[in-house]
Design a protein around this ligand. Structure first.
Ligand SMILES: [Zn+2]
Length: 224
């Protein structure tokens, strides 16, 4: 049996998938909330911090890559499961800030086992994440009406998002202050590079992400 009333936040841009997981996991004894992308997930987390996050990776708006990097930064003790049909196997895709990976379409019993293992209270203190000081991931959004490139930055402290114009060196680690809470945010731009080496992705529409340089360094000079 799952932990009494453990609170799950399920993030997926596809309504039928949200409905399916909601039905299965509610029936399995979890309290389920749903979000359709990273931004609405952050809004849900502002209302109430969940016991576990299950997030799709490729979503329009704010992707799971970005969402999970923000969550790991702000709430390092919340276990996270990434899910996608774009990666196969059971290992977490490189650079994704999650504790486990669920390949969409594989047996739901795998997912239920993962949930139980990650939410079990005696396991919680054992989960320690050293990446809390890593920069968050931000995907390039495009250009504002004046033609300037910009990104949407989700603040790991207050979980609000704001636009930021982008200077030329897109691969460096940047620093800015949140316009809402003034927290200092370190972020790295995630390239949706067509030239990136294949990650086994087979998603029909989304660009592939490659880890920004320095993101995986354990002792980043830019870490706070
Ligand atoms: Zn903030």
């Amino acid at each position: 049996m799952p932990t009494e009333n453990a609170k799950l936040l399920i993030v997926d841009d596809t309504a039928p998938i949200r409905a399916l997981f909601s039905a299965i996991l509610t029936q399995s004894g979890y309290t389920v909330r749903l979000a359709e992308d990273g931004f609405s997930a952050l809004a849900a987390i502002r209302n109430q911090v969940p016991d576990l996050i299950l997030s799709d990776l490729y979503m329009p708006g704010m992707s799971g890559f970005e969402l999970l990097s923000v969550v790991r930064r702000r709430f390092p003790s919340i276990p996270a499961i990434a899910m996608s049909g774009a990666f196969s196997g059971d290992s977490v895709p490189p650079g994704v800030a999650a504790d486990a990976f669920y390949e969409k379409g594989s047996a739901i019993s795998y997912l239920l086992d993962m949930l139980e293992a990650l939410i079990r209270p005696e396991r919680m203190p054992a989960i320690e994440h050293s990446s809390a000081s890593a920069p968050i991931w931000i995907a390039k959004n495009g250009h504002d009406p004046a033609g300037e490139p910009y990104v949407m930055i989700a603040c790991p402290e207050c979980l609000r998002a704001f636009p930021q114009s982008l200077k030329e060196d897109a691969r460096a680690i940047h620093e800015t202050d949140c316009i809402f809470c003034r927290a200092t945010i370190h972020y790295a731009i995630v390239q949706s590079a067509d030239s990136a080496p294949p990650l086994g992705g087979r998603h029909p529409t989304a660009g592939r992400f490659s880890a920004p340089s320095g993101l995986e360094a354990s002792h980043s000079p830019c870490a706070v």
